[in-house]
Design a binder for this molecule. Sequence first.
Ligand SMILES: [Ca+2]
Ligand SMILES: [Ca+2]
Length: 172
Amino acid sequence: MTAGESPRFVELATERSPTALSADEMGTGELVFVAPDWVRGGPNPLRCVVDAMEEIEELDEANNDDDASLIVLALPDLRITALTSTYNVSRSEVDYRFQIDNIGGSAASDIGWAVQTNAGSSASGSLLFLGPGDSQVISGSMASDPPSVTQAFVDPSDEIREVDETNNSAMR
Ligand SMILES: [Ca+2]
Ligand SMILES: [Ca+2]
């Protein structure tokens, strides 16, 4: 967002106070809401409005909102896509290739990955860092008997907390 541009607000929670407020009286309230998936990690503009539906006629209608910064601690979401596995007969090696995407709202670092075949061969490694929206292709070879199944995993020992922990492997 550039300076001077006002943020687009979406209603996240609404509540009607059951108690009346007399003149010169103050009340506090609590609104609980789940931040939608599209909310990015970091500071997000938050606006709280009283009498949003303009049902109460007031002396001053211009002081009914207050802005704050909502700090969202978003999680990363790592996933494996585009896994390919080819057996090279002359080298007796499996050539593997896959992509690790971070489709979550925050960065992940020290990201472990592993690849294995049903012929007993395996390889593993790690990525230093993947920002939100970033992807990286991993490729390599490992000595193996001819396999029929190859599986790739990201964060195989589940050291990184993610939005979705069920999309961390691929098989072919
Ligand atoms: Ca994941
Ligand atoms: Ca995880």
